[in-house]
Design a protein around this ligand. Structure first.
Ligand code: HEC
Ligand code: HEC
Length: 276
């Protein structure tokens, strides 16, 4: 009998302790709006708020490193809080080996990379206050996540093989029907949405310039207000259409070399045609 009572007491105590601990954990992460309203912020909180502002309005708060019409939240949706929309609660999975550059990447390098490719801007030095602030914000978003375990909804969904190749002409039809209202006929963006191609978009080296990944993003998150309404094939087709559009070149490939290749390609196709 006594053993039973003791066991119940222990279980109850543990349950209360767990509840208190989770309440404490929740209290440890004040909402952004609450941080904004505080008169005094400690160093960490000030950095979290600065990082949040950079993610939401990159062109205003990190202007010296930004290079196009996008903000981090254009792809890391809802300030990096949207599962399946490249969420940023990822501190626990870094550092991580990456084939793109063949080294273990810390979170700072990932942030700097997105400035260079996705923002088509300048790669900030690791110690730039902007990089440190975004790292603090990512740390803040990652509170409560398990180290070494990817968060729920990491990245974007990988679409299953549809059995048919992504088809750009079909994608152009999907684009005209479902995307022009916000992104514009010419893909340059409108007041309602950022550009998808052209000089003010992400460059050819960006992570989104990949048909499979863009298709997963588009399927799960576009059109805004009508998400997951495209079929997998439509998402792949429209991603293939986007992939063919002109955008700033990959900064890893010299601009002049690229231009020379294009001219050479044009001339040789033209000569090839002329000979036939
Ligand atoms: C054009 C869309 C786009 C924009 C804008 C963008 N990113 Fe990214 N970002 C991506 C994609 C796509 C990936 C995943 C790429 C990969 O795995 O190769 C990524 C990955 C990341 C990661 C690693 C996340 C993970 O899941 O492991 C971080 C951190 C990051 N970006 C930060 C930023 C910051 C900070 C900004 C703003 C300065 C930014 N990104 C702007 C598309 C974008
Ligand atoms: C109702 C408006 C709306 C429609 C329709 C829409 N989008 Fe978007 N899209 C947005 C907004 C807004 C963002 C930026 C997200 C943010 O800032 O919250 C965005 C972001 C994007 C991005 C990443 C950022 C960039 O500019 O590269 C891609 C890619 C994209 N949309 C593709 C599409 C495709 C493809 C379609 C059609 C299937 C589509 N969208 C339809 C509003 C829309």
């Amino acid at each position: 009998m006594r053993a039973d009572i003791m066991r119940t007491t222990i279980v109850t105590t543990l349950a209360i302790a767990a509840l208190l601990a989770s309440a404490a954990a929740m209290a440890a992460r004040p909402a952004i709006d609450e941080l904004k309203s505080r008169v005094v912020l400690d160093d960490y909180e000030a950095n979290v708020l600065f990082g949040y502002n950079i993610v939401m309005e990159t062109n205003k708060y990190a202007a010296r490193y930004a290079g196009n019409g996008l903000n981090c939240t254009s792809c890391h949706l809802k300030g990096g809080t949207q599962p399946d929309g490249f969420p940023l609660n990822v501190a626990g999975v870094y550092p991580k080996w990456r084939s793109k550059n063949g080294v273990r990447n810390g979170i700072e390098l990932r942030i700097r990379d997105c400035f260079l490719y996705s923002l088509n801007g300048v790669m900030p030095p690791p110690e730039a206050p902007e990089v440190q602030a975004v790292a603090a914000y990512i740390h803040y978003l990652s509170e409560g996540e398990v180290i070494g375990k990817p968060p729920a909804g990491w990245g974007v969904p990988t679409l299953p093989d549809t059995g048919a190749d992504p088809n750009p002409p079909r994608g152009a039809t999907v684009y005209a029907r479902s995307c022009t209202p916000c992104h514009g006929k010419d893909g340059r963006g409108t007041a309602a949405a950022p550009p998808l191609w052209g000089p003010d978009s992400y460059n050819a080296g960006a992570g989104l310039n990949n048909v499979q990944r863009a298709a997963g993003f588009i399927w799960a998150n576009m059109p805004v207000g009508n998400e997951r309404s495209l079929t997998h094939q439509e998402a792949l087709d429209v991603a293939a259409f986007l992939h063919l559009q002109l955008r700033p070149f990959d900064p890893r490939e010299g601009g002049l070399k690229k231009l020379a290749e294009r001219v050479y390609h044009r001339i040789s196709t033209w000569m090839g045609k002329a000979e036939r």
